[in-house]
Design a protein around this ligand. Structure first.
Ligand SMILES: Cc1ncc(COP(=O)(O)O)c(C=O)c1O
Length: 414
């Protein structure tokens, strides 16, 4: 190792910042201006009723992902809530959840007065391990939320087979996986329902926040649409609201942006794949750091990527490696810390006042502990770093990342 590490005062591999992710261009600006002009001249102020953008966005979204129906919502959390709401689950039902996910994928289970049961993860992919899902099934299990974490599809054949065997609906959580493919099909079309987050920072956004619920089943669709608008009697002959629901309506402004973004999505994801392929090429020859595992038959959408660290081949801990990479100017973090069972609100059951409901509830009446439940998820987190990647990374970025990895690895190799 001739060159000194930047962490020791040497010259960093990358001295200028990585390219920014610019999600918005003239096309979104034009779409929003057109709506603003329309409202200024003709009245109305962007509610979906009376407009055309949200309706069109829903139809285009469903068609794009190869399914029949879409219901828009105000966030990805709202989309998961709406998907669960559409299933009309009984209080005290158990819902299988990924252990490494966003709190917004778990909170809606509790808002439905159901209990999350965390399946363990595959230690190499972070996604739920179907074997662990099977072990967690009980007579109370009523749904499975299968998250496609960081853009990599979960092991859907195994999950869907298990769900079919036990007659359980699967909700795909596609928040981090827009446009990812599983055996030639886009995620979002595989389960009974799918939920997308459209917040800014995701592969595509509906103007900062937003969500979408997909389904191929008509009755499930009507229930989703009803739930997302206070139980309104859509698709029914009743004249008053049918059941308890939320107001999760998307606005016309958000949908106008989302429609443009949906058209850009395939190119965005293709460019991300190209960047990661390029990185993979440049990283050949590294011995202690590699790209995270990709399972057979999938095309990930790469929301970000995991870097697999082989601690037994390094003289220092992963945290030191991450620090050294940051000092080389790399957009690397030491770990993904999204282990929901460890979060305070779950550990201390902080839900409705001090009730600890629905874990403590006459409709549940069962003790459940998460403490020892997900050892492989912990192992996944321990053995990986996270690296930002997006569609504006080109050959130079890939070469710089690989050069920094190589420099840091050779400084710390056993
Ligand atoms: C896997 C997953 N599910 C659900 C959500 C919740 O989405 P939102 O933040 O749009 O409410 C997120 C958000 O990042 C997520 O990553």
């Amino acid at each position: 190792m001739s060159e000194r590490l930047a962490i020791d005062g040497g010259t960093p591999v990358r001295q200028d910042p990585f390219p920014a992710r610019l999600q918005i261009d003239e096309r979104e600006i034009e779409a929003v201006l057109a709506l603003l002009r329309q409202a200024a001249e003709g009245g109305g102020a962007f509610d979906r009723y009376g407009g055309t953008e949200v309706d069109a966005y829903e139809q285009e979204f469903a068609a794009h992902f190869g399914t029949r129906f879409a219901t828009s919502t105000s966030s990805g959390t709202a989309a998961i809530h709406t998907a669960l709401g559409a299933l009309r689950l009984e209080i005290g039902s158990e819902v299988i959840s990924a252990p490494i996910t966003d709190p917004g994928a778990v909170a809606p289970i509790l808002w439905n007065n159901c209990v999350p049961v965390f399946a363990d993860a595959d230690p190499e992919t972070f996604n739920m391990d179907p074997k662990s899902i099977e072990e967690r099934l009980s007579e109370r299990t009523r749904a499975i939320i299968a998250c496609h974490l960081t853009g990599q599809p979960a092991d859907m054949d195994a999950i869907l087979a298990l769900a079919a065997k036990h007659d359980l609906p699967v909700i795909e959580d596609c928040a981090q996986a827009h446009e990812a493919e599983y055996k030639g099909r886009k995620v979002g079309s595989l389960g009974r329902l799918a939920a997308f987050s459209l917040m800014s920072g995701k592969h595509s956004t509906a103007g900062g926040q937003g969500g979408m619920v997909l389904t191929g089943d008509e009755e499930t669709y009507w229930n989703a649409k009803r739930f997302a608008d206070r139980g309104k009697p859509f698709g029914s002959t009743e004249t008053t609201n049918l059941f308890l629901g939320m107001n999760y309506r998307m606005t016309e402004l958000e949908a106008a942006i989302g429609r443009v973004q949906l058209r850009k999505l395939p190119d965005i994801v293709e460019r991300r794949r190209k960047a990661v392929d390029c990185l993979r090429e440049h990283m050949r020859g590294l011995q202690a750091i590699g790209l995270g595992k990709v399972i057979e038959g999938v095309k990930p959408a790469y929301w970000f990527v995991f870097l697999r660290v082989y601690p037994e081949r390094l003289r220092v801990a992963k945290e030191q490696v991450a620090k050294a990479l940051q000092a080389e100017g790399m957009p690397v973090g030491a770990e993904n810390s999204a282990l929901v069972p460890d979060q305070l609100w779950i550990r201390e059951r902080q839900t409705y006042g001090s009730s600890r409901c629905p874990w403590v509830c006459p409709y549940y009446g069962k003790a459940i502990s998460y403490e020892e439940a997900v050892p492989n998820a912990r192992q996944a987190i321990a053995n990986h770093m996270v690296l930002s990647v997006h569609e504006n990374y080109g050959d130079r970025e890939c070469a710089d990342i690989a050069a920094a990895l190589s420099k840091v690895e050779s400084a710390y190799l056993m």
